[in-house]
Design a binder for this molecule. Structure first.
Ligand code: IMP
Length: 432
């Protein structure tokens, strides 16, 4: 039995969907702990592409319990559409396989509208416009509406009225349309009824599963550099994306966790605004974007592409306590020669080993690059590290060397089979 946390080590979109799907083979329970429909996991199974936003990637394996933890913000409409889409493809046959935390907060139409209006004004940061920030704001301001409230009409009515009292004048001031409480409440109650069978005490369920000796996978969303506390603030999301967020988001003590694994792409990408010092402009960036099909799975936005940022990964390894990394999309770097890798930052005459978190420092920091030869061979059929071209092996060895943690897995293509497995976190020793 093992309790494993998998988190993004960059700015999200590291390929968590595929890695979590692979590791789910060893897990009985897969639980998400933060974020909401801003996430998008692209899964390829038997040649079919499936994108999920809220439901953990574990849903593709029958009998695995999938949990939406209390730290998440859930858009009921999106969730119901997702459930219908997954069921129509033959997955999630047993409703008992999905649990939604009763304390997870609900994204309501006014949260989405506030997010959208803000994004059309000065100060926009390039959010996914899914209402994530406003829903978390309401939660922290103790005005939020939680999944269990969708099952209690009187309480829901009172809460929505209280919220609209503040939200409507705010929306009107920003040039947006006000909302009618009845319409919101009626729709939310309908959604609540449709979701009733899934709403439960997720924290207790996960805890009991661990006590029964089951293996549990905590699935992060977004990435370390988008963490609200430790990321590149203010260009971050509104939740805790780090391994610690698994504890708060699921109500599980840190002593239950055995191992934390980070996921990184073989290069770097970012969607939305904010500094990205290793970004490649022009044709070089376009080449990487085309080769890696780097378009957002939630918004379809082209992702900004750049060289691997080792100081960013160092920060991610440290603040997550990562035992190792799963590296994805190595195949994309084929024929990109030479390859550069940022190994440090220079700021005010000093050499920094971690990416600076202050926005002004990050804007002025100069990446220090190392250049590697790369390789030209197709590697999608490789299943053993020793069969990789020497240029690819050197690239991986350098990453391990610079970060001081081992690679657990290297992905060389989108399908399950296109993977070099090096270590299994479900058999790893407990990290002290
Ligand atoms: P929000 O989470 O929609 O509020 O967006 C805040 C920032 O996080 C923006 O820069 C988004 O592009 C980014 N972001 C949110 N979710 C994801 C994700 O799943 N992948 C990559 N970036 C994300």
């Amino acid at each position: 039995m093992a309790v494993v946390v998998i988190v993004g080590a960059q700015w999200g979109d590291e390929g968590k969907g595929k890695v979590v799907d692979l590791y789910t083979e060893h897990a009985d329970v897969v639980a998400r702990f933060g974020g909401g429909p801003n996430a998008g996991h692209t899964l390829v199974v038997d040649g079919n592409k499936l994108v999920t936003h809220l439901i953990p990637s574990g849903v593709l394996r029958a009998g695995k319990k999938c949990v939406l933890g209390d730290g998440m913000v859930v858009d009921p409409q999106t969730l119901l559409e997702e459930i219908a889409g997954i069921k129509s493809r033959g997955y999630l046959v047993d409703d008992g396989d999905l649990l939604i935390g009763e304390r997870a907060h609900v994204i309501l139409p006014y949260h989405r509208r506030i997010d959208q209006i803000r994004e059309s004004r000065a100060g926009a940061i390039g959010t996914t416009k899914r209402g994530i920030g406003p829903a978390y704001e309401a939660k922290v301001a103790r005005r939020g509406i939680r999944m269990a409230d969708l099952l209690r009409p009187d309480r829901l009515r009172a809460l929505v009225a209280q919220n609209l009292d503040e939200v409507n004048p705010y929306l009107e001031r920003l040039g947006g349309e006000a909302f009618q409480a009845d319409i919101i409440v009626d729709e939310a109650l309908r959604h609540g009824e449709s979701l009733r069978r899934y709403i439960a005490d997720a924290s207790r369920f996960v805890h009991d599963s661990i006590r029964r000796g089951q293996s549990v996978l905590f699935e992060g969303a977004q990435g370390a550099l988008l963490d609200v506390d430790h990321g590149t603030y203010p260009f971050v999301t509104s939740s805790s994306t780090l391994a610690g967020g698994a504890c708060t988001g699921l109500g599980i003590g840190p002593t239950s966790i055995h191992v934390v694994i980070g996921i990184t792409k073989a290069y770097a990408t970012r969607v939305g605004g904010g500094p990205f010092p290793t970004e490649l402009d022009g044709t070089e960036g376009e080449r990487l974007r085309d080769a890696g099909a780097e378009f957002g799975s939630t918004t379809g936005r082209p992702r900004r592409c750049g060289w691997l940022d080792i100081p960013g990964l160092r920060l991610a390894v440290r603040i997550n306590g990562m035992a190792g990394l799963a590296l994805t999309k190595l195949d994309v770097l084929k024929a990109i020669r030479p390859i550069k890798m940022c190994v440090a930052y220079r700021l005010g005459g000093k050499l920094l080993d971690e990416i600076p978190q202050d926005p002004a420092d990050l804007a002025h920091a100069e990446p220090v690059f190392e250049t590697l030869d790369g390789w030209s061979e197709d590697i999608r059929d490789v299943r053993d590290l020793d069969d990789l071209p020497p240029g690819a092996r050197r690239y991986l060895a350098r990453i391990e060397d610079l970060l001081g943690v081992p690679l657990y897995l290297v992905s060389v293509g989108p399908s399950r089979a296109e993977t070099i497995v090096l270590k299994n976190p479900f058999r790893a020793e407990r990290t002290e």
